[in-house]
Design a protein around this ligand. Structure first.
Ligand SMILES: NC(=O)c1ccc[n+]([C@@H]2O[C@H](COP(=O)([O-])OP(=O)(O)OC[C@H]3O[C@@H](n4cnc5c(N)ncnc54)[C@H](O)[C@@H]3O)[C@@H](O)[C@H]2O)c1
Ligand SMILES: [Zn+2]
Length: 430
């Protein structure tokens, strides 16, 4: 362990030196997580940022590659991670994303000798139900995909969750590759192997853990993303920073401040580095707790990534997935969780203000104060993270330090007060 600590220190120092000198270098830093799982980050400047994700349970470790223009090399990248036996590849996307990036993707896959078929789904949450999965599975079957073939998800979190789910159950599981094209998908949903579809009773109630063979991430795709989607994505970035570390939270808010005065910062090495840091955080959490073990309540359990999501999912469900982008609902959830943390005496006023400020910096937030409180409270009951009938609330002790609190320790009155304050604050301030 000591050797790893020394090694980590050494390579970090080396990286800083090279970065300052602006040299074209390739460095690698190696970490050993608490459970003895290894992951690696690499960067060759002006080329590609790489993270290697490996968990105990995984048969294949995989790489997250971040590079501008990687879309033109999707074929080579897919061939490299899928091997020579893969003949067919099903590109799952939606019309909008496919119209912009489909041709390039297919050209590149063709050039690497894949037989490509494509399946386009509708837009948004309302289109990922079991029926959609069944239709997609029938398509894979009719297209003749075999065990050694693969699915490629080209799109945001909705496409990625559905594509991952069908890949996990088709022929008892085939390979899949994530090509996330939204900010939310790039820092969050494409990393970690959670897949799923919704039931009318609630979000993601059916799903599986199925890790991708590779995550290939081109930040240039963010330039075509509608502003509202970008804003919603930033709220997930804020959420992740808040549970990761004070440093990552600050880097995120500093970048958002910069972006508000200089839009061109969106496609910059700085954003690539920020996304890489978020992916590294998420990958480390996943490596230590791949399946979100029910017994874990520590601040590095996978559960902490659900910060803001209990209220977020409830808002989505009570408005039938029509009013909010997922990230926006989470933005409200982050503020409410902050209020609850403060009301329980865990988080101080400045911590709560930082959270509010972070959510505010992302951009306009759809109103939520008019939604029936009782309907929201009833929706908590179906929260799939419940243990023994009690919600496991992810709260904050401070920015960068989450605490999981059993719902039975929180009175309905305190919950209502926090909910009201959080949703009203959002309405008043944003
Ligand atoms: N699996 C996980 O771990 C995980 C984590 C977080 C969120 N999620 C899920 O992700 C989903 C939300 O994902 P999302 O925010 O990416 O939304 P999304 O997939 O609905 O994409 C948003 C919209 O942007 C469009 N779009 C995507 N990329 C584009 C581009 N580059 N240019 C132009 N338009 C583009 C899409 O067509 C869509 O209309 C939710 O269902 C959420 O539950 C999953
Ligand atoms: Zn989310």
């Amino acid at each position: 362990m000591l050797q790893f600590v020394r090694l980590k220190r050494f390579v970090s120092v080396a990286a800083v030196i090279y970065q300052r000198a602006g040299l074209q270098v390739h460095f690698e830093s190696t970490f050993l997580s608490a459970v003895g799982v290894m992951y690696t980050t690499r960067r060759s400047f002006d080329q590609v940022q790489r993270l290697r994700v490996r968990t105990k349970a995984l048969q294949h470790d995989y790489e997250i590659k971040i590079s501008r223009g990687i879309l033109d090399n999707i074929g080579e990248e897919a061939r490299a991670c899928l091997g020579g036996h893969a003949r067919r590849i099903a590109v799952i996307s939606n019309q909008k994303v496919f119209d912009i990036y489909g041709r390039r993707t297919i050209r590149s896959l063709d050039a690497s000798d894949f037989l490509v078929c494509r399946w386009l789904i509708g837009y948004g949450e309302r289109f990922i139900f079991l029926r959609t999965a069944e239709q997609t599975l029938a398509f894979l079957c009719k297209s003749g995909l075999e065990r050694t073939d693969a699915v490629l998800a080209l799109g945001g979190g909705v496409v990625g969750d559905l594509a991952g789910f069908v890949a996990s159950v088709y022929l008892r599981g085939i390979a899949f590759v994530q090509v996330p094209t939204t900010l939310l998908a790039q820092i969050d949903s494409s990393v970690g192997g959670k897949t799923g579809v919704n039931l009318s009773l609630g979000k993601n109630l059916v799903g599986s853990f199925h890790q991708p063979r590779a995550v290939l991430l081109d930040i240039e795709t963010l330039t075509t993303l509608p502003a509202r989607e970008l804003v919603a994505g930033w709220r997930e970035v804020i959420k992740q920073g808040a549970v990761a570390s004070h440093k990552l939270f600050q880097q995120t808010t500093a970048f958002l401040n910069q972006l508000s005065s200089n839009k061109s910062a969106l496609v910059s090495p700085k954003l690539e580095a920020l996304i890489a840091s978020h992916c590294a955080f998420k990958a480390a959490i996943v490596a230590g707790d791949e399946r979100e073990a029910a017994g874990r309540k520590d601040h590095r359990s996978r559960r902490v990534l659900n910060f803001g999501h209990t209220v977020g999912h409830a808002l989505e469900a009570t408005t039938r997935y029509r009013r909010f982008r997922h990230g926006d609902a989470v933005g409200h959830g982050v503020v409410v969780a902050g209020e609850l943390s403060k009301n329980l005496g865990l988080l101080d006023a400045s911590g709560l203000e930082s959270l509010r400020e972070g959510v505010r910096l992302c951009g306009p937030l759809p109103r939520a104060h008019d939604i029936d409180e009782t309907a929201i409270m009833n929706s908590f009951v179906r929260d799939k993270k419940s243990v023994g009938g009690h919600i496991q609330w992810v709260l904050l002790e401070r920015i960068g330090r989450a605490r999981i609190v059993d719902g039975k320790e929180i009175t309905p009155r305190l919950l209502r007060v926090s909910l009201r304050a959080g949703l009203r604050t959002a309405q008043g301030d944003y």
